[in-house]
Design a protein around this ligand. Structure first.
Ligand SMILES: [Mn+2]
Length: 348
């Protein structure tokens, strides 16, 4: 994994190089990470729409089912060709594209289902991402960890392609930006985020419609899942570490889908003492999926990387082998270690 520093000017030059290569293509397959969030789908859809406006044929590749609440981001079902690799053992169709564009991730683990296809096609692969951890993938990686959302970078790409912001492109970009910044609350937010938001709203994106679609479309099963997660909440280190667990039985009893764990880590964060929140959810194959969040200076991407995962300083994830108690024990040890290496924080 590399994490070299590039200046803003160098990143903009990389971005123009990315745009120039895309302009020469006729067909582009657009990928994003498994278990896609609004930033992933917003990036994919906005990039697809921008390419289409240039007369390039985009194909969007789904590595996991797209959460139904994100369907509103696809302007019409005929807008794009889509390839689904969501089924177990699904294989990429035997086709060649001029370019393969990967958005909002640069780690192989998050592209697992596409990897048999992507492997060996490095010269065609271009990456646009804002995460801190990354693998050496493809022939051009444009990575800007100062971007609050990948859609901030896709907005720059749309500009570099000379396409202009349509209402549909703006809606997809704002959805990603709003979701990845917790509606402009996180410390990843910069003047650039607000300036982009202003441009997107001016171009027709409607924040209230996006909010309703992203945050007020949950199932009753999700609320029941929250209930279970809070019942299974335990604290370590005098309330500084919160651990939440969801077993396969919790999913079965509530009827909630695995993507509905999204946002659960916010709840323990409301407590003043909380510094780290970990959510452990058991997948059907027995693997324990871990979501990590931190409120202070603890870099949870490093903790996740220690288990083969990755992410951002304050939001990261990894996967551990089960069963739950063993995963909890292994993780707790590393969380306590990270906490002990961090000077005690004065509440902000
Ligand atoms: Mn993102």
């Amino acid at each position: 994994m590399t994490c070299e520093f590039r200046s803003p000017a160098a990143i903009q030059a990389d971005l123009r190089a990315l745009a120039d290569r895309l302009k020469l293509a006729k067909t582009v397959a657009v990928f994003t990470h498994m278990r896609p969030d609004p930033d992933a789908i917003g990036s994919q859809v906005a990039a697809g729409l921008a390419l289409r406006r240039l007369g390039i044929r985009p194909t969007l590749v789904d590595l996991s089912p797209v959460p139904p609440m994100l369907n509103f981001l696809y302007p019409d079902q005929q807008a794009f060709e889509r390839i689904s690799l969501t089924a177990e053992k699904s294989q990429f169709p035997p086709r060649e594209f001029d370019l393969l564009l990967i958005l909002d991730t640069c780690t192989k683990a998050q592209l697992e289902r596409a990897w048999p296809y992507l492997e060996g096609r490095d010269d065609k692969i271009l990456v646009l991402d804002h995460h801190r951890t990354r693998d050496a993938i493809g022939s051009l990686i444009v990575a800007d960890v100062s971007a609050a959302a990948c859609t901030e970078l896709v907005a720059d790409l749309v500009d570099a392609l000379g396409v202009g912001l349509t209402q549909d492109i703006s809606t997809a970009l704002l959805a990603g930006l709003a979701a990845d910044t917790g509606w402009f609350r996180f410390d990843s937010v910069t003047p650039r985020s607000y300036a982009l938001a202003a441009r997107l709203v001016a171009a027709g994106a409607a924040p209230s419609r996006i909010y309703q679609n992203l945050s007020q479309q949950e199932s009753m099963a999700k609320l029941a899942l929250i209930q279970h997660a809070l019942t299974n909440l335990t604290w370590l280190a005098k309330g500084r570490i919160a651990l939440m667990e969801l077993s396969q039985a919790d999913f079965a009893n509530t009827g909630a889908a695995s993507f509905e764990t999204d946002g659960l880590t916010d709840y323990p964060m409301m407590v003043s003492t909380t510094m780290i929140v970990a959510l452990l959810s058991e997948a059907p194959d027995g693997i324990i999926r871990v979501n990590l969040r931190s409120k202070h200076t603890i870099d949870v991407s490093m903790i996740a990387a220690g288990f083969g995962g990755g992410g951002h300083m304050r939001a990261a994830g990894c996967r551990l082998s089960g069963p739950l108690p063993a995963a909890r024990e292994a993780l707790s040890a590393k969380l306590l270690e990270a906490l002990n290496q961090t000077p005690t924080q004065v509440a902000p």
